[in-house]
Design a protein around this ligand. Structure first.
Ligand code: UDP
Length: 237
């Protein structure tokens, strides 16, 4: 199915994107710009699920590398994703977009727990549903959380908005001759260990036939272009 006829998508934003030009944390002005892009897509009639990473605040692996217990550090990472989800919820609601945050780690005072049927209802009512805390278990990432929610919410595509404009055959930062793929298969991504999402997320998308669209969310208007089937991107299918 061409992306332009998608009815429901899951947009995964890495936490780093929320930093804007900062080195750490959340840049509220840039989050507002991202929210404007999401609003434009929603105003076009699209149902949108959002998953936001936590790498701008804390990553479990980084904590483990400094001697922390990995699972404990991962729970801290999950909490970071909840902060990002709340920041995005705030920006969207300031723009008049109704949203609900559902967290895989229960936090009743701040947001709803993940309940698929309730999430369905929110989408039907035109709300954006932001899924926080990944899959709710350590040793996973928000990429896996995104693939899982895309599958259970039956999304037509998983859009991965990141800092690079697609998937390359080698690292474009170190190899100026690196080639970007327009399309690439799940199996090639897995066999060549291409930098898209972690392997469990890619395998889940493959097994459930969910195309992964990798594009740069840093350029203004890019989400709309990608949704229209234009712009620079790589489709993993
Ligand atoms: N995390 C986890 N389980 C999950 C999702 C996230 O343990 O299901 C933790 C993990 O420590 C991860 C951190 O939360 O490093 C932040 O998520 P991620 O690294 O996926 O964020 P991103 O790279 O997308 O910003």
């Amino acid at each position: 199915m061409p992306l332009s006829s998608a009815k429901r998508v899951l947009l995964k934003l890495s936490g780093e994107v929320l930093m804007g030009e900062q080195d750490f944390g959340i840049d509220p002005a840039f989050v507002m710009e991202l929210a404007q892009e999401v609003k434009a897509a929603k105003d076009n009639g699209l149902e949108i699920c959002l998953v936001i990473g936590g790498g701008n605040i804390f990553r479990g692996m980084a904590g483990a590398a400094q001697g922390m217990d990995r699972a404990q550090a991962d729970y801290m990472g999950m909490l970071a994703t909840v902060m990002n989800a709340l920041a995005m919820q705030n920006a969207l609601e300031q723009l008049g977009v109704e949203t609900r945050v559902q967290s895989a780690v229960q936090m009743d005072q701040v947001c709803e727990p993940v309940i698929r049927r309730r999430a369905e209802r929110h989408l039907e009512k035109g709300r954006v549903v932001i899924f926080a805390a990944g899959v709710g278990a350590p040793y996973f990432t928000t990429d896996s959380g995104a693939a899982l929610r895309a599958a259970e919410m039956r999304c037509d595509a998983l859009l991965k908005g990141t800092s690079v404009d697609g998937v390359y055959d080698s690292d474009p930062k170190t190899n100026p001759g690196a080639q970007r793929f327009d399309t690439v298969t799940y199996d090639r991504v897995l066999a060549d260990n291409l930098k898209v999402m972690d392997a469990s997320a890619v395998a889940l998308c493959r097994d459930n036939d969910i195309p992964i669209v990798v594009f740069s969310i840093r350029e203004k208007g890019n989400l709309a272009r990608v949704l229209a089937g234009e712009g620079v991107q790589t489709i993993v299918k």
